[in-house]
Design a protein around this ligand. Structure first.
Ligand SMILES: NC(=O)c1ccc[n+]([C@@H]2O[C@H](COP(=O)([O-])OP(=O)(O)OC[C@H]3O[C@@H](n4cnc5c(N)ncnc54)[C@H](OP(=O)(O)O)[C@@H]3O)[C@@H](O)[C@H]2O)c1
Length: 264
């Protein structure tokens, strides 16, 4: 597993993390992922699974980088402070490694929300601040509202079939030293990876590389600096396959095949 810096934090995170939205795999796939280096585990108060994630990582908390999210309905100061305490309790941990605003909420002043996030850092309850589904403008406003801290990451949808971040957000984050945590990097399932031409392109590249379809799709995301991926997999065998997406690079010929079949 290759690692990369989270934002400008100095902390190393793996290329491949572990998504848990609609996760039903129990402890074993998570354990296997951690063994293989997929040590960033992503959950959210909105996923209603923090308790089971907490149980799965009990006993090896120190090997895991735990990312969770606060829901937009809790962006008032007191609500965030309470939500963080509740996530800590459900996860049975002392500190959240990355606390992310799940979606923007224009109804609540961003200064209040970011002030609360910074006070959680100061209180030692969270280590780093992240956002999710934020545009460039929303990222700028959120960063300006912080006094000392820097936004470490923006978690956004990115896959062969959704390249919309390539129009502006990706280059902004790369320039600012913000990590893109790519969600739904397998397009929520390999069957959704394009029509006939997409399927043909992926097959051609899997033949050229002797990698699996999932590995090709994930590695394609990783060709971009500052991007890591968080596929969700319910089985240890899928986790093993996904972890094999790190540590190699698609050739320029294979990238061109994929680019032609999955244009921006
Ligand atoms: N911030 C946000 O707003 C947001 C939104 C959506 C998702 N997310 C995060 O991103 C994570 C991943 O996204 P996602 O769950 O939407 O979709 P995804 O990771 O793109 O796709 C998951 C699907 O791919 C399958 N899969 C995984 N590895 C595979 C492999 N090696 N071979 C074949 N199939 C494989 C899974 O099957 P099995 O489960 O059967 O293994 C599952 O059906 C979520 O779990 C969540 O943590 C965040």
């Amino acid at each position: 597993m290759d690692f990369q810096e989270l934002g400008t934090t100095g902390v190393q995170i793996p290329d491949i993390g572990f998504g848990t939205w609609k996760y039903t795999g129990g402890a074993e796939p998570i354990h296997r992922g951690v063994e293989l280096g997929a040590t960033l585990i992503d959950t959210a108060e909105g996923y209603n699974n923090e308790e089971s994630v907490g149980k799965a990582i009990a006993g090896f908390r120190d090997q895991v980088f735990l990312a969770t999210k606060v829901s937009p309905g809790h962006f008032r100061k007191n609500d965030i402070l309470k939500a963080a305490d509740q996530s800590l309790k459900r996860l049975k941990i002392d500190v959240i490694d990355l606390y992310q605003l799940h979606w923007p909420n224009d109804a609540i002043p961003i200064a209040e929300t970011m002030g609360a996030m910074e006070s959680l850092v100061d209180a030692g309850k969270i280590r780093f601040i992240g956002v999710s589904n934020f545009s460039v403008g929303q990222m700028q406003e959120a960063q300006e509202a912080l006094t000392n801290a820097r936004i470490a990451s923006d978690q956004v949808r990115y896959s062969l079939i959704d390249r919309s971040i390539e129009s502006a957000l990706l280059s902004y984050c790369q320039a600012q030293g913000v990590t893109i945590i790519a969600y739904s990097p397998l397009a929520t399932g390999l069957g959704k990876l394009g029509g006939k031409s997409g399927a043909q392109a992926i097959e051609q590249v899997t033949n050229n590389t002797e990698k699996s379809q999932a590995q090709v799709a994930l590695n394609w995301c990783l060709r971009q600096p500052r991007v890591m991926v968080i596929p969700k997999a319910n089985s240890a065998s899928h986790v093993e396959d996904d972890c094999g997406a790190s540590g190699w690079r698609l050739s320029s010929d294979d990238l061109a095949i994929l680019d032609a079949a999955f244009p921006r």
